[in-house]
Design a protein around this ligand. Structure first.
Ligand code: BES
Ligand code: MN
Length: 458
């Protein structure tokens, strides 16, 4: 093992340079104009996997390709060599608004111990740490105690549309004892974390249509409903003064937090005042009766992600807009069924829509929440690897983000997912100036190196 850890230590400069190459691809899955970049990025990744000694291939789907890379298979099956899958994604969120970036999103910049680029923490840097750990085994001729398969997809940020089908048609090859994912967070550099729950999600768009075309607001304003005003009023009704979502039935199935979990949460290092400062808000806001940690990890939300209507250019334009649109996602928690929540939300919206506008609702992706035992033998093995690599006692987290595919790992492959995140709260995931911490990159590699031994013993 020491030779693996030494190899990692000696090669950090090259690893960072390689990560920079990876980050230069503008692999934005949501934007059709970046299809070429996604293809190029997958090509680079496959080559890189081959270079470090893995068997690697590009698997085309009806969307963006999936990269599969694995160690040479040995005697798998019952009683044989354990097999673990490492999942990650090479696609990234859109970088906009560009003017808020201190340096261009796809020209990685290193400042202190941070590397700035879109996709650095979410998820290229985190996933790359595992590739480097495996490289260290392969290049030093150190036998791995298990078989490993990397599955790195290009559609995570748009709902992993084609991955479930891929899992189903490659069950044999992907069948494994557990899945390891580093695509979550840790509270700070002294608190490595095992995340044992994620929120689920439903996405949809509401469009309200009023007049047949934009109208002169002087000639016609006053006799037609303004769709933007109608939507504002409608959305305004969906949350009460206590921060609760005012949709009948929304909380019906929400699994309550146990006293034990609430106590654990209150031990986490992030203070309310720090959170407020980090986020740049005047004052925190959330559902009454729950702490910020509880609100952002174990309570459902209704969030407006985008709101559009009327004239957005320079100066003024006196119109009543013909239409307005809101992009919405709800975060869901254990026991909430995405299909049921989608239905009650849509039914409620239609019910309170005024007769002066036409409403259209377009459904997007959806996924249920994830919850796994934090004390299973695999989880305990992961805790040992975290402790060993970071030199600090790891914490157990529930997190608010979503990784929809982990549910399919369980349903299709029967495998639990260990979420071992390397992201920091200040990493600006999905925001301008996204970054990844280089100490976390290195400790993440060490964690991965230790993990295979610990997991294989468990
Ligand atoms: N890495 C995140 C998910 C995440 C972040 C989980 C922090 C826990 C803590 C992932 O890449 C992501 O952003 N997922 C999307 C999923 C959606 C597009 C279906 C999300 O959570 O918004
Ligand atoms: Mn993301």
């Amino acid at each position: 093992m020491q030779v693996v850890l030494d190899y990692l230590k000696q090669n950090q400069t090259r690893f960072v340079a390689e990560l920079c190459d990876y980050l230069r691809f503008a692999s934005v899955s949501a934007q059709p104009q970046h299809q070429k970049d996604l293809r190029a990025c997958a090509g680079w990744l496959v080559n890189h996997c081959k270079q470090i000694g893995l068997e690697a291939k590009i698997c085309p789907t009806d969307g963006h390709s999936i990269v599969v890379a694995r160690t040479k298979k040995r005697n798998g099956g019952p009683g044989g060599t354990p097999h673990f899958m490492i999942y990650g994604h090479y696609d990234v969120q859109p970088p906009e608004p560009l003017d808020l970036w201190k340096s261009p999103p796809f020209e990685p910049r290193i400042e202190g111990r941070s590397i700035f680029a879109r996709g650095s923490t979410d998820n290229k840097g985190q996933n790359f740490a595992h590739l480097k750990a495996v490289e260290a085994y392969l290049k030093t001729g150190t036998p791995l105690p298990c078989d490993l398969t990397f599955v790195i997809e290009g559609e995570e940020e748009v709902g992993s549309k084609h991955l479930a089908k891929f899992l189903k048609s490659n069950r044999g090859e992907l069948n494994c004892d557990a899945v390891v994912v580093s695509d979550t967070g840790m509270p700070d550099k002294k608190h490595p974390a095992l995340t044992y729950a994620l929120r689920g999600i439903i996405a949809f768009e509401i469009t309200l249509r009023g007049p047949a075309r934009d109208l002169h607001s002087g000639i016609f304003g006053g006799v037609v409903d303004n769709p933007a005003m109608a939507l504002s009023q409608l959305l305004g009704k969906l949350r009460d003064k206590n921060g609760r979502i005012a949709i009948p039935g929304f909380y019906d199935d929400v699994a309550p937090l146990s006293a034990c979990e609430r106590k654990e949460f209150s031990r986490l290092p992030m203070k309310d005042s720090e959170l407020q400062k980090l986020l740049g808000v005047k004052k925190l806001f959330g559902e009454r009766g729950f702490t910020p940690t509880e609100q952002r990890s174990a309570r459902p939300t209704f969030e407006i992600n985008g709101l559009t209507s009327g004239y957005q250019g320079a100066g003024t334009k006196t119109i009543v807009p013909a239409w307005t649109r809101a992009k919405i996602t709800c975060r869901l928690v254990p026991d909430q069924n995405p299909a049921r929540i989608r239905k009650i939300v849509c039914d409620h919206l239609k019910k309170i829509c005024p007769p002066t506008v036409r409403m259209e609702i377009e459904a997007g992706h959806g996924a249920e929440a994830y919850l796994v035992s934090p004390t299973s033998p695999h989880a305990q093995a992961a805790m040992r690897a975290l402790r060993g690599a970071f030199g600090h006692e790891p914490v157990l987290l529930r997190e608010g983000g979503s990784i929809p595919i982990v549910n399919d790992f369980k349903k299709v492959l029967g495998a639990d997912t260990l979420l071992l995140g390397l992201g920091l709260p200040g990493d600006n995931a999905h925001s301008p100036n996204e970054k990844f911490d280089l100490d976390n990159f290195e400790n993440g590699q060490r964690m991965s190196a230790l993990l295979w031994r610990e997991l294989s013993r468990a």
